[in-house]
Design a protein around this ligand. Structure first.
Ligand code: PLP
Ligand code: CA
Length: 300
């Protein structure tokens, strides 16, 4: 798509897009919902696409929930979605360890919330940290020595509303002192819509804190990582040129689709509005753009 001009979705090109793809990958926040609020027309649009035989997949960088918790959220919003149609960055982190044969006897230290802990448990890994360490503190005294578990072989960093000095010290020592310890970021979103009305600090700033103390760069497993795309493709066995990635962010969603050779559609129902898009869209260009996925109801 680089070098080409993005086009406004219309009756003519929406039909062509529908006919030429077998699967739609939907980003969640800003496309399906905003915080806890469903975006207008979404359930009807998804029903329409399913009635045309399209495979629907939901990909979210928000690591605070597990796939099981996301399936519950979809159901509570009146959208029937199965757990195996959801790819969250929390799930992707656990799958990264699994695919790379992370030794079961090693532990995983988590700066993050329940979603990561649940996915690690389901995948059979032992986790330390998470919300429980939110209450811990360090009392700095002279000769104070902070101990960490030498059997931690990976640190996962995601959005953590309870991040503190203790967790940063723990993660830092594991990465710096445990030989071969992996440093995994669920995602690097600068901000997120934890609530509908406002943006809040995203996992990106927590990851940056650990980059700062360790002077190391993490392996990122959420959008726009190739790990997540490759994992998803292995499961669905769909050619990327017959998939359309739909999202509200250029640097995560559209880049994720563009890198893999998918068709791409940017929507203005989330963090990118039309004027921001015109300013930003230099390197990453969606093939199409429109206000919301509900526009598909008008065009198909
Ligand atoms: N991370 C956090 C903490 C968020 O709150 C959000 C959106 O609400 C995201 C990431 C981005 O999620 P998505 O990939 O579904 O847009
Ligand atoms: Ca989004």
């Amino acid at each position: 798509m680089n070098g080409e001009v993005s086009r406004l979705l219309s009756v003519e090109n929406a039909k062509e897009l529908l006919d030429s793809v077998d699967a739609f990958l939907f980003d969640c926040d800003g496309v399906i919902w905003k915080g806890e609020n469903l975006i207008d027309g979404v359930p009807e649009t998804l029903d329409l696409l399913r009635s045309h035989g399209k495979k629907l997949v939901f990909v979210t960088n928000n690591s605070t929930k597990s796939r099981k918790q996301y399936a519950k959220k979809f159901h509570s919003l009146g959208i029937p979605v199965n757990e195996d149609e959801i790819f969250s960055s929390s799930f992707s982190a656990a799958m990264y360890l699994k695919v790379n044969d992370f030794p079961r006897e090693k532990k995983v230290y988590v700066i993050g919330e329940e979603g990561i802990l649940e996915e690690l448990e389901q995948a059979g890994f032992t986790a330390l940290g998470g919300p429980a360490d939110g209450k811990k503190n360090i009392e700095l005294k002279s000769n104070c020595l902070f101990e960490h578990d030498k059997s931690v072989g990976a640190v996962i960093v995601g959005l953590d509303q309870y991040i503190n000095f203790y967790k940063l010290q723990y993660a830092t020592l594991c990465i710096r002192e445990n030989p071969g310890c992996l440093f995994i970021a669920t995602n690097r979103d600068a901000v997120g819509h934890l609530t509908a009305l406002q943006e809040w600090p995203g996992a990106g700033c927590m990851v940056a804190a650990v980059c700062g103390t360790t002077q190391k760069e993490p392996i990122t497993v959420g959008k726009p990582s190739t790990f997540l795309m490759d994992f998803l493709l292995q499961k669905y066995k769909i050619t990327t040129s017959r998939m359309c990635m739909v999202g509200d962010r250029l640097d995560t969603d559209i880049l994720f689709g563009q890198n893999a050779g998918c068709r791409t559609l940017l929507v203005f129902s989330g963090v990118t509005n039309e004027s921001k898009f015109q300013d930003l869209s230099k390197e990453v260009k969606p093939e199409y753009y429109t206000n919301s996925i509900a526009d598909l109801l008008k065009y198909i």
